[in-house]
Design a protein around this ligand. Structure first.
Ligand SMILES: NC(=O)c1ccc[n+]([C@@H]2O[C@H](COP(=O)([O-])OP(=O)(O)OC[C@H]3O[C@@H](n4cnc5c(N)ncnc54)[C@H](O)[C@@H]3O)[C@@H](O)[C@H]2O)c1
Length: 257
């Protein structure tokens, strides 16, 4: 457990907090004193995350959740309003909610393509838009979830890669737009992290050309842990990342060098 208290009295929202990286981030920030709200469509997973966070809470940290979809504009408005009405401020937004669907491009329907874009890219945009007026007041910051797919070709993931490329560009755009207001906007680009999303991807590889995936894993097949990603998110979202904005930080165990 961390001995740091970099988020004491800070109000944070973490999307995708019911699972994987989002869960690890929420637990980590609460262990460092954050007043954290987890957002996700998976209410049962959110409850588990809050229980885990409460066990590790320190420095006044506490956790709550709101079940909502980041791709529903009205729901996004509602949960930001709820948090700010209750806590009076917002210091950090961590956008980790996302989905991965893989298929041969010629077999991908427009509806399938748009589902990924609407969740990952549009959802991240909606959350950033609602958060920014509050973050301007606190000189807060945002951490978004890109992926190593923004740097190197990830086959059968046209929609996912496009959504993550969009998130990377949007991160840089917002970072520059808000630089005078003191709001920092960064992203992480994880690769090969052991989460349900990565496990489901591995199961969907049947019938696809496996050799195209060779460049995406370490020679020792080692996957990163969500907590190792949370370590980096916590740094970026805290004062330790205070001179970083518009940055996209790769966390992939060195695969894409
Ligand atoms: N695991 C990896 O190797 C990896 C690599 C690169 C990028 N990422 C990114 O990191 C982020 C977290 O991924 P993870 O691996 O922890 O996945 P995960 O599936 O464990 O967690 C993603 C969470 O997002 C939630 N979610 C999906 N759609 C939502 C919506 N519309 N509204 C609210 N919540 C929604 C899911 O319910 C789930 O709890 C994602 O954006 C993913 O693209 C992961």
């Amino acid at each position: 457990m961390s001995q740091l208290a970099r988020f004491a009295d800070k109000v944070v929202i973490v999307t995708g907090a019911a699972s994987g990286i989002g869960r690890a981030v929420l637990v980590r920030l609460v262990s460092e004193g954050a007043i954290a709200y987890g957002i996700d469509v998976n209410e049962a997973g959110l409850k588990e995350t809050v229980e885990l966070a409460e066990k590790q809470a320190a420095a006044g940290g506490r956790a709550s959740f709101i079940a909502a979809s980041i791709s529903d504009e009205q729901e996004v408005k509602r949960f930001f309003q709820q948090v700010v009405e209750k806590e009076g401020r917002l210091d950090v937004l961590v956008n980790m909610a996302g989905i991965l669907r893989s298929s041969q491009t010629t077999e991908t329907s427009l509806a399938q393509f748009m589902e990924v874009i609407n969740t990952n890219l549009v959802g991240t945009f909606l959350c950033c838009r609602e958060a920014l007026p509050h973050l301007v007041k606190t000189k807060g910051n945002i951490v978004n979830a890109a992926s190593t797919s923004v740097y190197f070709g990830h086959p059968y993931m046209a929609a996912y890669s496009a959504s993550k490329g969009g998130i990377m560009s949007m991160t840089r755009s917002l970072a520059w737009e808000y630089i005078r207001q003191g709001v920092r906007v960064n992203a992480i680009a994880p690769g090969g992290i052991a989460t349900p999303l990565a496990a489901a991807q591995n199961q969907r590889m049947d019938g696809l050309d496996q050799s195209l995936f060779m460049h995406m894993t370490r020679p020792d097949q080692l996957f990163g842990q969500p907590e190792q990603v949370a370590d980096v998110v916590a740094m970026l979202a805290s004062a330790d990342g205070g001179f970083m904005t518009g940055e996209v930080v790769k966390i992939d165990g060195g695969v894409h060098n």
